[in-house]
Design a protein around this ligand. Structure first.
Ligand code: BGC
Length: 408
């Protein structure tokens, strides 16, 4: 069924994998941190027989090791899913798990990770709140001999992070931009259409990738005058949203509508993710007086946003299967914890499509070897693709989707 999804995702996906490069600046810096080649550590990782991997067998391979998982916050829907899937999959494989959510507070996340170091966890998986504020804590982890995997968000300015497991973040934005190009038929139409951007948290290294992916895809149409940005906010810093907050996105869009759209049509609200799209859609519902329904993009497949997609208040979401991200992280972790060096060979043992990238993600100190999974577009007519993942189901009226996950 995973295989089925992988095939499906290739079909649904609009962008191409080959694009990881994009903005992802520095392929420079030959720190050589990643000798991707010959390490003949072929990650002999157990044949993906998972199904039957019950505790006896698995706990012997895990050696009773403990994995510390640091998630940013429970207040944004996806991290609840990440935490839950990671915990379940690691426990299933026989590991003990210490899972912390840090309330989007960088000090708390540092303290939480320090606590896990003191507890002598064997490995740390960290989705950083602020990619720039963990250097000292991770130096302590390194001193204690604990490997670190940056989960979903790259951790900056530290040599203590060994691997990065995420999605192709630039492609997420690119898919949003390409959706807009198709929806407005920009290749054949002169427009002009009006677009406004809403980006993510500047402390999150992903946010720039998402914005750049979308902006780069649309740039030729902006340059050609087919797309106009009445607010003049064309830079990431001008449209960033602290903490990816729905309320801030709502307020920013209300201000934009009041300042630039009292008698102008808004055609597109390009939002980097679902939490911001939720606020923007709300602002459009309450404060936009135009007769049209603007295109609103998103990312994550959050339940409230899938409802908005059914109700026509959001046009699409870029979906990243977080259960696959957890599974990939488990494979990388198993290899590290059994003394192997994960490399390109590990990709073939993953149940979802992924690439191994040793060039794109420079954290300022080193290029962090990365496993990047594939995002794809979900629209109203594609909601069954989500049901096919097993992570969503139709509600009793067959109208909206619900999560099959236990809510934490
Ligand atoms: C994740 C997105 C998410 C955002 C806010 C990003 O780092 O990659 O999936 O929407 O954080 O939670």
């Amino acid at each position: 069924m995973k295989k089925f999804l992988a095939v499906l995702s290739t079909l649904v996906m609009v962008g191409s994998l080959a694009s990881c490069g994009g903005t992802s600046s520095s392929s420079d810096n030959g720190t050589g941190a990643n000798t991707n080649s010959n390490t003949e550590s072929k990650t002999d990782a157990k044949p993906a027989d998972d199904s039957s991997s019950k505790t006896d067998d698995s706990s012997s391979s895990s050696g009773g090791k403990t994995v510390g998982i640091a998630m940013p916050t429970k207040s944004l829907e996806r991290w609840n899913r990440d935490g839950e899937y990671l915990k379940a999959q690691f426990e299933e494989a026989g590991y003990k798990v210490e899972l912390k959510y840090s309330d989007n507070d960088t000090n708390q996340q540092n303290n939480d990770i320090q606590g896990m170091i003191a507890d002598k966890v064997d490995l740390l998986l960290i989705a950083a709140i602020d990619g720039n504020t963990l250097s000292q804590t991770l130096a302590d982890a390194k001193d204690a001999g604990i490997s670190v995997i940056a989960y979903d968000r790259l951790i900056m300015n530290t040599d203590a992070v060994s691997y990065y497991v995420s999605f192709d973040n630039y492609t997420v934005g690119k898919l949003q931009g390409e959706y807009v190009i198709d929806a407005l038929d920009l290749k054949n139409s002169d427009g002009p259409f009006n677009i406004e951007f809403t980006a993510g948290d500047p402390a999150d290294n992903n946010a720039g990738y998402f914005f750049n992916g979308a902006y780069d895809a649309l740039k030729e149409y902006i340059d050609a005058g087919k797309l106009k940005i009445p607010s003049g906010k064309t830079k990431f810093e001008q449209v960033a949203t602290d903490s990816w907050s729905t309320d801030k996105a709502l307020e920013n869009m209300q201000n934009t509508l009041a300042s630039y759209y009292t008698s102008t049509q808004l055609d597109v609200a390009l939002c980097s993710n679902d939490s911001t799209a939720l606020g923007v859609a709300q602002a459009i519902s309450s404060d936009y007086s135009g007769k049209n329904t603007p295109i609103v993009t998103g990312q994550d497949g959050d339940i409230a946003n899938l409802k908005n997609i059914v109700d026509g208040k959001q046009s699409m979401t870029v979906y990243k299967n977080v259960n696959d991200e957890a599974a990939a992280t488990l494979e990388v972790s198993k290899a590290i914890l059994s003394g192997q060096t994960p490399d390109a060979g590990l990709v073939s043992s993953l149940s979802a499509e992924a690439t191994y990238d040793t060039e794109s993600y420079n954290n300022g100190v080193k290029v962090v070897p990365s496993y990047l999974l594939v995002p794809y577009v979900i629209t109203k007519d594609k909601l069954d693709v989500l049901v096919d993942t097993g992570l969503y189901k139709w509600d009793s009226d067959n109208k909206y989707l619900e999560s099959t996950a236990k809510t934490t």
